[in-house]
Design a protein around this ligand. Sequence first.
Ligand code: TRP
Length: 339
Amino acid sequence: MTKQRYLTGITTTGTPHLGNYVGAIRPAIEASRNPEIESFYFLADYHALIKCFEPEKIRQSSREIAATWLALGLDTDHSTFYRQSDIPEIMELTWMLTCVTAKGLMNRAHAYKASVQENEQSSENDPDKGITMGLFSYPILMSADILMFNAHKIPVGRDQIQHIEMARDIGQRFNYLFGEQFVLPEAAVDDQVAVLAGLDGRKMSKSYGNTIPLFSSEKELKKLINRIKTNLKEPGEPKETSESALFEIWQAFATPDQIQYMRDAHANGIAWGQAKKELFELINEQLTEPRNRYQELMNDLGYIDEVLKKGAEKARAEAIPRLEKARASIGIARTISQS
Ligand code: TRP
């Protein structure tokens, strides 16, 4: 049996936070060490262009994300780690896929629909105001990312399931028209993976402004943990774990024994200040080493580039022949050879 191939992209906007770590990065890095599967992880920098027109931000975020994954121990010998923009074949495939994608399918994409709805509610007379073709065809670029490498499983959050279904539809359509060639992918949504609570108790998310950056300094980490919202229960008063954002975050980092310990501590009325101190210690201990390594990497961008270059070479070794096949299948074989 061929190995199952997992592939996922990380949009390069923003600085990774603890929620990204627990929900996506940590499980992906664990998977990269599993010999039963093959993993492809990439920086989706052309996806970032859809929502960010600040070149320096895009550059910075790509570096930060690459350094983050490497600092946390991504095994780049057993996985393929690359930048989307280093694989020009993806862009070529995107056009081929665009030409077989029904516009109606894109009309149904949640992200596009949400933008239209916002315009309609704000008494705009143009429902498409501010919507670029990039945003509209975003799911096609994502399909090319996936189909280019014949990935089977796509680990994503719930909000991305629709996009994976679209990639299936588009791949199926292409196969039907031009001959079987693309594997039809499936979303892999892990319900076990924690959705981390943010500072205010809602899901930790950049759009809520309630995040804890993954590699904030020790001092900053302590400060932010102290800001986690708690209720007014006094020291000595029993506390409900179900109402405790702090306990939720604890759970995402603790062993089963440590979880039991904190559950008991809540029942026994641990003071919030003490619980925060212990949470800081727990997280800080796990992050100290990667944080140092992250700082080293951010000071050695040449190394990051080297790793990404190696990854791009591995990825292109697959993408080039698959693209040639697709081109031949649509009747546009090359007249000049690729250097
Ligand atoms: N759109 C994804 C997100 O916002 C990122 C992404 C781009 C992706 N291309 C992908 C995820 C391909 C999985 C597969 O999270």
